[in-house]
Ligand binder design. Structure first.
Ligand SMILES: C[S@@+](CC[C@H](N)C(=O)[O-])C[C@H]1O[C@@H](n2cnc3c(N)ncnc32)[C@H](O)[C@@H]1O
Ligand SMILES: O=c1cc(-c2ccc(O)cc2)oc2c(O)c(O)ccc12
Length: 364
């Protein structure tokens, strides 16, 4: 036996089969994403939700989707993958429907994909699983031989933000919708469980606050707080504020409006270290000008803050997305500490209260 053969021989029987299964699982894992995308595209969570609370038999699902009855077994196989992944559950029917004695019900995950749920995360499915993402992966080998910022830039000749500024596509609408849905989701948890994070501030600026769902929620919960959504002209240019919140257009790399508190939700992970230091320095100016002594509140991932397998893996997946699309990254605590120190702050505290993300308070 040659050397390679001998090395291979060290792994035998069950271990060899396990290794093969691991490889196959990774090659085919894309089926999970694509089955989910199809289900959300055709509205399966909505259809089962409308049918509820009883389990929905396969035949009823097939007719609601207006599929050819010949494809019933195919639909069953698709649903089997999604049941296995935890998006639906099968449950016994109280009364059989012809030959069928079970049907589908929603799980906590698919309830969050029902489009009429105020906390729906359905827009994310379309934002991530579209051609730009796959195209960026395809451009990765070429990108690694260039000085381009991201594989997205290599594929498109422009940056992601430049692409969004281009009115001729609906990418901006899709992106802003998915950010807006996340903003609602996070604010529900923050204001329900950790409202005191915002106590005592007279003013707050949400930097890169998108279409304003975060600020709308804070402004409603704190009617005496002067709140500002600060974002690029193409995002907030046409938007009008209300009682205690307003929209201001500008560029966070130039200057940020002064306030007691600055919020940076899902901003810093979009940018490289040098850019983050610049943004953080501008935030420091904004909270310390006029003798103010406020704080910066960051909502972002701290990689490794939750060691359960699926959590770290999802954080690493986000890191890939930031690398591919934006030239940013997900950071571990050491990397956050380094950024905060370089931007001239005196300290920080991490509150791991938002699942995969944390709330980080940064003190001037
Ligand atoms: C990932 S989104 C996060 C939106 C929002 N904070 C949230 O979490 O729902 C990043 C936001 O930063 C904004 N942005 C990008 N570059 C900016 C800049 N130079 N100045 C101000 N905002 C910027 C984008 O328009 C976008 O709304
Ligand atoms: O969840 C996302 C997704 C993106 C994203 C997806 C697909 C694209 O073609 C571009 C971007 O970007 C995000 C982002 O910038 C962020 O700060 C948070 C989440 C996401």
């Amino acid at each position: 036996m040659d050397l390679e053969g001998a090395k291979m021989g060290a792994v035998e029987g069950d271990e060899l089969l396990e290794a093969q299964s691991h490889i196959w699982n990774h090659i085919l894992a894309i089926n999970k994403s694509m089955a989910l995308k199809y289900a959300v595209q055709v509205g399966i969570p909505d259809i089962i939700h409308r049918y509820g609370p009883n389990p929905m038999p396969l035949s009823k699902l097939v007719s609601a989707l207006q599929l050819h009855p010949q494809n019933t077994p195919h639909m069953h196989r698709l649903m089997r993958v999604l049941v296995h992944s935890g998006f639906f559950r099968t449950q016994k029917l109280s009364e059989p429907n012809g030959e069928e004695d079970e049907g589908y019900v929603l799980t906590n995950s698919s309830r969050l994909l029902v489009t009429t749920n105020p906390l729906t995360l359905a827009p994310f499915v379309f934002c991530v699983l579209e051609s730009a993402f796959f195209q960026s992966w395809r451009s990765l080998p070429a990108w690694l031989q260039t000085e381009d910022r991201t594989p997205f830039d290599t594929a498109n000749g422009v940056s992601f933000w430049e692409c969004l500024a281009n009115d001729s596509t609906d990418d901006g609408v899709i992106f802003n919708k998915s950010m807006a849905s996340d903003a609602k989701f996070v604010m529900r948890i923050l204001l329900e469980k950790y409202k005191d994070v915002f106590d005592g501030f007279g003013s707050l600026v949400d930097v890169g606050g998108g279409t304003g769902n975060v600020v709308k929620a804070i402004a409603q919960a704190f009617p005496k707080m002067e709140c500002t959504v600060f974002d690029l002209p193409q995002v907030v240019g046409d938007l009008k504020g209300e009682a205690n919140f307003k929209y201001v257009q500008g560029d966070m790399f130039h200057a940020i409006p002064p306030a007691d508190a600055i919020l940076l939700k899902w901003i810093l992970h979009d940018w490289n270290d040098e850019e983050c230091v610049k943004i953080l320095k501008n935030c420091k100016e904004a909270i310390t000008g006029n003798k103010k002594n406020g704080k910066v509140i960051v909502i972002d991932m701290v990689v490794g803050n939750d060691t359960r397998d699926e959590c770290t893996e999802t954080q690493l997946f986000f890191d890939m997305m930031m690398m591919l699309m934006l030239g940013g990254k997900e950071r571990d605590e050491k990397e956050w500490a380094q950024l905060i120190k370089e931007a001239g702050y005196s300290g920080y505290k991490i509150f791991p209260i938002l699942g995969l993300r944390s709330l980080v308070e940064i003190y001037p």
